[in-house]
Write a protein that binds this ligand. Structure first.
Ligand SMILES: Cc1cc2nc3c(=O)[nH]c(=O)nc-3n(C[C@H](O)[C@H](O)[C@H](O)COP(=O)(O)OP(=O)(O)OC[C@H]3O[C@@H](n4cnc5c(N)ncnc54)[C@H](O)[C@@H]3O)c2cc1C
Length: 430
């Protein structure tokens, strides 16, 4: 059987590997000590907690994600409120509300004051029409108005989904996300997040499934160069070693974009990849006592936050985890000041949700700054995304940065892996 060599063990690479099983032997090369890439968990000694590098939310609309979890037998790895509810708090005004979408496509929720965002009028929905009619070069901000729906729901949703400020983010990317979730109704918008951790949900079960199917995952194994002859890859340089590529073997490059560019540009100078990035900051606060949370936020396990630096707070019994997206603007801020400011926002939002007294000053915290969390989802960067196919006959690309039509997300990464496996399979058949 031919061998499919997958370079990069993030979710795109793992997805390509899982999809290729049965058609070929599979081997994954991952440069880090463990797979998962930008979606991974680890034990933090100082906090004495297992944490994710960053909180990740997926929606029930993410069909490739759920299919992947089904294939690796990990559907029960995600949890959530089981309904399309989104608790929210505005730290500037002190208001709290719960967005309760209805299951079907018609937005009944928009006509019901107790289900929509405060101050919203049903005619604010016209913003959705503007977004659906956006031109390819439009930015998200040009579709929004000063109405409550734009300010209190769509703008924060856009920043989270695209990880880019709305005055720079491509409206076409947001349109695709909105078409796949919000416009499909609440049944496509149920939020999910890992029950235990990202690795426990996505990575360990994928590795176990690959091992069961006799695929090989080589961690701590960095591919440093490609050897090319007659328009195809004939060798992979792995440090001092060269792995020979047999005539029927195929390759998926599923590394981050800059690594793919450095491997390929010597042979393919026209290749463009995204080269501007946005960071995400996560602050994990270790709670001194086990805590339970009340109300809809307690049921959801998270709450959205408007009007401050904090965007999402994940409510765990021993940990409060905060996400700040599109965070390039905070990179020069001192970590102590950042932690204190975020903690004050967290206290304001979370204290009313629990009987446990939260400390005045920030408890022990881990700040994780992922400087290249995602490519900047601007119009210019979106145009730099290559498709799966390359000029090399036995090599394809995968990764959230390839032309998936989606912003940089788990769903985009997994779909890119599926597409890479599909293209390779088709090439083997013809
Ligand atoms: C903090 C944070 C929060 C996020 N939140 C969300 C969210 O809420 N919802 C959502 O859907 N998405 C979210 N994302 C995005 C999501 O994590 C990514 O889109 C996805 O994980 C990307 O997967 P990937 O496989 O394309 O890339 P990566 O995860 O970057 O995988 C690439 C892999 O290649 C390996 N590699 C690199 N060089 C080499 C080499 N030379 N040889 C071999 N291996 C190599 C790397 O070590 C890595 O494991 C978030 C990302 C971050 C960082």
């Amino acid at each position: 059987m031919p061998m499919i060599h997958v370079i990069g063990g993030g979710l795109a690479g793992l997805s390509a590997a899982v999809e290729s099983l049965g058609n070929a032997n599979v081997r994954v090369y991952e440069s880090a000590k463990s797979c998962g890439g930008r979606a991974r968990s680890f034990y933090d000694k100082a906090l004495d907690r297992r944490i994710d590098n960053g909180n990740h939310l997926v929606l029930s609309a993410n069909r490739a994600t759920f299919r992947f979890l089904g294939l690796i037998g990990a559907c029960d790895g995600l949890t959530g409120p089981g309904a399309p509810i989104f608790p929210w708090h505005d730290v500037a005004t002190g208001e709290s509300w719960v967005l309760r979408l209805n299951e079907g496509r018609f937005p009944f929720w928009a006509f019901c004051p107790s289900r929509r965002v405060p101050g919203m009028r049903w005619r604010d929905l016209v913003v959705m029409l503007r977004l659906l009619r956006c031109q390819p070069d439009d930015v998200v901000a040009s579709c929004f108005g000063n109405d409550a729906l734009s300010r209190r729901l769509l703008a924060p949703f856009a920043v989270s989904a695209l990880n880019t400020p709305i005055n720079a983010a491509a409206a076409s990317l947001l349109k695709k996300v909105v078409q796949e979730c919000l416009l499909q109704g609440g049944r496509a918008c149920r939020p999910f997040y890992p029950k235990l951790g990202l690795s426990e949900t996505f990575v360990t079960p994928a590795e176990a499934h690959l091992a069961l199917m006799r695929a090989e995952v080589r961690t701590g194994c960095r591919v440093t160069g490609l050897q090319i002859q007659e328009g195809r890859v004939c060798g992979l340089e792995v440090g001092a070693e060269v792995v020979e590529i047999a005539p029927d073997d195929q390759i998926v490059i599923a590394t981050p974009a800059p690594v793919a560019a450095s491997l390929l540009q010597p042979f393919w100078p026209e290749l463009t990849v995204p080269d501007a990035f946005q960071s995400i900051i996560n602050v994990h606060f270790a709670l001194p006592t086990r805590t339970t949370y009340l109300g809809e936020a307690g049921r959801a396990g998270f709450t959205g936050v408007n009007g401050g630096m904090t965007e999402w707070i994940y409510l765990k019994p021993d940990l409060l985890s905060v996400t700040v997206s599109a965070a390039n603007c905070y990179l020069t801020m001192a970590q102590e000041a950042l932690t204190q400011q975020i903690w004050q926002e967290v206290r304001q939002v979370v204290q009313p949700l629990t009987a446990t007294k939260l400390p005045q000053d920030a408890p022990q915290a881990r700040v994780i700054i992922e400087k290249r969390a995602t490519f900047a989802a601007s119009v210019a960067q979106d145009k730099r995304r290559p498709s799966t196919v390359t000029p090399l006959s036995n090599l394809v690309l995968a990764g959230d940065w390839t032309q998936t039509g989606l912003p940089s997300t788990i769903e985009g990464a997994i779909r890119s892996g599926v597409e890479a496996a599909r293209v390779l399979n088709q090439r083997r058949m013809f």
